[in-house]
Design a protein around this ligand. Sequence first.
Ligand SMILES: CC(C)(COP(=O)(O)OP(=O)(O)OC[C@H]1O[C@@H](n2cnc3c(N)ncnc32)[C@H](O)[C@@H]1OP(=O)(O)O)[C@@H](O)C(=O)NCCC(=O)NCCS
Length: 218
Amino acid sequence: MTSKTSGLIREGTVKLPEGEVRVYGPVPPEEINSFDIDETLDSFRRPSKQKEALKEIASLPGGQVFIALFKNVIIGYVTFHPPEPFERWSEGNIPSLLELGAIEVSRNYRGLGLARKLMEVAFMDGAMEDYIVIATEYYWHWDLERTGLPIWEYRKMLESVMTSVGMEPKETTDPEINSHPANVLMVRIGKNVGREDIEAFEALCRKEDEEFYLFDNP
Ligand SMILES: CC(C)(COP(=O)(O)OP(=O)(O)OC[C@H]1O[C@@H](n2cnc3c(N)ncnc32)[C@H](O)[C@@H]1OP(=O)(O)O)[C@@H](O)C(=O)NCCC(=O)NCCS
């Protein structure tokens, strides 16, 4: 089966005592529209706005949305899209660069392996081998308050989710990443990515920020 937007559909399930959760994608925007969204899927924005954002990402060229669906209700998602134009990662237009934009699981369903399953499904069948997948993890986006997790425990949890598909922390000169020691750039370079893209990406990771130079050398 293929999605109209972004290639082969990948799929898995998570069994809960109440029933089976279907984890799959890439999901086209009209299909996202046909589902409800759980009222506790609100870490980044109100659930109704989050549903709109998921539809937007699914409509982007190169955008991919994977969802965890329980009884026609979206209870989790992970999104991927080309880097935003204002980010350093869009410089050089590296064609294989794909950003994991966000991963979220409803508060009512956390700790059940859904985040891990979302990642497993997204990276299934070598689908991400053509991409350099990055995730810029900034602690100010994390749900520290409602999980009650200390910052480094939260970082450990996220690292565990991401390393489960081979993403690894990578050093960078990016000032936003380096503005707090818990922030991290996670990266996975797919097996089919060409040398040119890898070199361009390595250069981006090491790039010195011009504003910082100006600041250092007035
Ligand atoms: C991060 C998040 C997606 C994890 O979702 P989840 O479905 O609960 O995660 P999983 O059940 O798949 O667990 C993943 C790992 O984290 C651990 N974990 C999950 N909840 C935990 C908790 N409250 N305390 C400690 N560890 C925890 C699990 O044991 C598992 O570890 P393992 O892989 O070593 O076994 C979820 O907490 C969330 O939506 N947070 C808000 C949004 C956010 O911060 N997103 C990340 C930035 S984009």
